[in-house]
Design a protein around this ligand. Structure first.
Ligand SMILES: Cc1cc2nc3c(=O)[nH]c(=O)nc-3n(C[C@H](O)[C@H](O)[C@H](O)COP(=O)(O)OP(=O)(O)OC[C@H]3O[C@@H](n4cnc5c(N)ncnc54)[C@H](O)[C@@H]3O)c2cc1C
Length: 458
């Protein structure tokens, strides 16, 4: 252990964000970086607790105290080695994880947890910069073939783990890009897409094959897949967005959040969207319905598109600030979260249920909302509404129905044995079986599925 008492004298120091007026003019990442000296000092704050609650809270069982110690001592390469032993993609989680570990850090009892997420990103970036992340293809191939359907974090983790064991992996992806929601859902200002390309290039160099623009169940038959591969892993995500079927839903100007976000990600990648299909917030009064993270991504995107105003509403009451006795340490606290996007100029309102959409000449012009506490109704004037109320289940039509997999009560693919569907050689990982969740959970689920598939193949 490095510096046993550092936490007593060194305060938490975050890298911080680019100034608002600068960052809203582009889609570059908003988070800044600390210099190496400060970063190592931040790592020294780890108390190396006898019972590391950070490790307990992390779905990946990340060996957090171990790599803090190495980072503090400036052993960056060794720190990366330990980090990567539990997390295939620390450069993703280091940017977008809500850091369950930090909420359970013992230092959080004083509201000054270790900067675990930032430390993780710093170690990963250092590793790429110093050039010690190199392709490491397996020495031998087993002759077994595995198809992974879906290239989000769960699919990438399954592919990476099984490829390391020498199995031959093909990842099928219906979109034109690899990465799932990392690539087309999460905005560039949270995760620069070059970061994904850099990792995919490594996976390709290690022998994983990727077939993009291939929707299994449509462009490729499930029969062929079952016949050609020794095992299949479904990692197709939870693609059905929650709708709001109230009066006026058919009006123009009401869209699902992901349709809006996908377009912007494609635009940042240099694609053009035909004018008739373009969902633009420019000059518009935008209402985001749903107070979660996807909603917050819509806020940041609308602001960058130069919306006239942005309001985000949520049906639930405003959560408490700071701490919540209902969710005490070390559990993940249900408290008010303010994202970088919220700080860029958005009004947030709570306890509001949407009653109906109001329109003129077929276009939405207002949304009637009712205060959940008083019952009082008001109309919010709008030009664009983004529905951001989460996802209900995976898409059943096509691949899943064709395969005939069993669903659980929530419509997710049921794992009748750990990570195994009701069809023998068909395995599952990520949101398709858990329901919409987090990148860190998708990676953990992919790693677990890979273990089960490897056991099945042997
Ligand atoms: C806007 C948004 C922002 C988010 N931000 C965060 C965040 O900041 N932090 C965080 O931890 N989590 C975040 N999440 C959640 C996180 O992105 C997901 O939990 C995670 O990506 C799930 O991974 P997955 O691999 O299971 O599925 P996905 O990432 O959804 O990937 C599934 C892939 O399967 C493909 N596919 C589907 N059907 C087929 C088919 N038949 N054939 C071929 N391919 C198919 C899809 O095109 C997709 O690429 C966010 C989600 C959204 C929507």
């Amino acid at each position: 252990m490095g510096n046993a008492k550092a936490f007593l004298s060194i305060n938490r120091k975050e890298a911080g964000y680019r100034p608002v007026l600068d960052r809203i003019t582009d889609f570059g990442e908003v988070e800044q970086t600390l210099n190496s000296e400060d970063r190592q000092l931040q790592a020294s704050r780890c108390m190396e607790c006898g019972v590391p609650f950070c490790h307990w809270a992390c779905p990946l069982d990340n060996l957090i105290p171990e790599w803090q110690d190495l980072l503090y001592k400036g052993k960056w390469a060794e720190a990366y080695g330990i980090l990567i032993s539990r997390n295939n993609f620390p450069e993703f989680t280091g940017r977008v994880c809500p850091a369950l570990c930090e909420k359970s850090c013992v230092l959080n009892l004083e509201h000054e947890p270790l900067t675990v997420r930032e430390n993780e990103a710093a170690i990963a970036e250092h590793a790429f910069l110093e050039g010690y992340v190199k392709p490491n293809p397996p020495q031998q191939r087993t002759g077994k073939k595995v198809a992974v359907v879906g290239s989000g974090p769960a699919g990438l983790a399954v592919a990476d783990m099984l490829n390391r064991k020498g199995h031959s992996i093909t990842v099928f992806e219906k979109d034109e890009y690899i990465g799932g929601l990392l690539r087309l859902g999460i905005p560039d200002f949270k995760l620069n897409k070059e970061i994904i390309t850099r990792r995919i290039d490594l996976l390709k160099a290690e022998g994983i094959k990727f077939e993009t623009g291939k929707e299994v169940g449509k462009d490729l038959s499930t029969k062929d897949l079952l016949a050609k591969y020794d095992a299949i892993c479904l990692t197709t995500g939870a693609g059905v967005p929650r709708d709001l079927p109230v009066e006026g839903r058919e009006l123009k100007g009401i869209y699902f959040a992901l349709d809006f976000l996908k377009q912007q990600n494609r635009l940042v990648s240099g694609q053009t969207i035909p004018a008739a299909e373009r969902i633009s917030a420019k000059g518009k009064k935008v209402l985001v319905i749903g107070g979660g993270d996807t909603g917050s991504d819509c806020v940041g995107t609308s602001i960058r598109q130069k919306a006239a105003s942005v309001i985000q509403i949520e049906i639930m009451p405003v959560p408490p600030e700071g701490t919540n006795p209902a969710t005490p340490w070390p559990s993940y606290p249900n408290v008010l979260k303010t994202s970088t996007s919220h700080l860029e100029g958005c009004e947030r309102r709570w306890s509001l249920a949407t009653k109906r959409f109001i329109g003129e000449k077929g276009k939405v012009t207002g949304v009637e909302v009712a205060d959940q506490l008083t019952g009082q109704t008001t109309v919010i004037p709008v030009d664009l509404v983004l529905l951001s109320m989460g996802f209900t289940q995976p898409v059943h039509e096509g691949l899943l129905d064709e395969l005939g997999v069993k669903y659980d009560a929530r419509g997710n693919v049921e794992a009748v044995k750990p990570n195994q569907s009701s069809i023998g050689k068909v395995f599952v990982a990520g949101d398709v079986t858990s329901g919409a969740s987090l990148v860190v959970r998708a990676i953990a689920s992919g790693r677990q599925a890979a273990k089960e598939i490897a056991a099945y193949l042997s």
